[in-house]
Design a protein around this ligand. Sequence first.
Ligand code: AMP
Length: 382
Amino acid sequence: MDSVTVDSRHIGILGGGQLARMMALAGIPLGFEFSFLDPSAEACAKSLGSLVQADFADADAASKMAEAIDIATYDFENVPAASATAVAAVKPMYPGVTALEACQDRWVEKNLVAGLDIPVPSFEPVKSRTDLMAACQKLGFPSVLKTRRLGYDGKGQAVLRQQEDMERAWQRFGDFELILESFVPFDAECSVIGVRSLSGEIRFWPVSRNHHVNGVLTLSRAGGLNDQIQAAAEKVGRRLLQHFDYVGIMTVEFFVRDGTLLVNEIAPRVHNSGHWTIDGSTTSQFDNHIRAITGLPLGSTAQTNHALMFNWLGELPDRDALLEVEGLHWHDYGKSPRPGRKLGHATVTAPDAASLQQRANQVANLLGSDWQSQVETVMVEM
Ligand code: AMP
């Protein structure tokens, strides 16, 4: 593979979704042009570059796109290994194939993290009904059965609360390779987003406190977690970034339990819980990802504002009403509505915690009671 040069101008992204779109929105002002490989003719990044319409498993198409670009990256971690390898054989691809492959398989990922002496929930491999029974006996109830591959946003998983749930879950997922994890009765969920440059410089944004509904992120609040949690999250992030000799953005998601952190998963990419960095920090995760993979100096990751991000799933709320809220930044991904689909987000920023609380309440009141309790949960300082 070639290396990055000062003339490297054309970035190819495997995936043309909202993460690719936000990378392009950050990279175009820096002077880069973009191509996106995506199976959908409606890929929401397409207006910001050239669309190569092809299946992600089409390694030939991926390789052909790689010929036409200077540097490659991706916007989701389930890029088939053969396509990622085909691209990386032709042009530099960041983050590299090793990190990508490790994050595609929960079993590989958990063993790697545990092997680095980083705490994770207890886990057991499950390849048969007998394995499942043995694993349930070992980990006890409740526990969480997950497919090793292709699970995201709570897909491909089931909470087992009692003996009877085992058979039901086996009927659903028995055809896949699985792991069983102990259920963590967490006090909070959070994530740290770190960036590592080509020269090995590492920076982190303040940890985001995250709220999920049915496994899908609904809210991310920047900060609000104490310094010990920030330090512990950065220590884990640094260890992982160095382990992979990583370049670009990495996200590590955690469960917080009694003030300590357990890794839930690693995303080798820009992440939904870092969208607040666009409006609430000096340099966004998207901007720094592009800088990192193209060999430009990293920008400051300092938080400039108190910030709370709301995810819009399935349908967009009333934009015009919400724009009445001071400090609200609207992001529409230009996608057609579909139940549960991520269509956009809004980040509310404020100069201090009290005004963030007040603005967040205003938004929650406009959205309805489901949101009010969620906002209350993430606004509690820990
Ligand atoms: P995942 O796709 O593994 O990130 O899971 C999605 C969400 O499901 C997480 O953000 C948690 O809210 C919940 N979850 C997943 N695994 C566990 C676990 N072992 N214990 C408790 N909650 C979990």
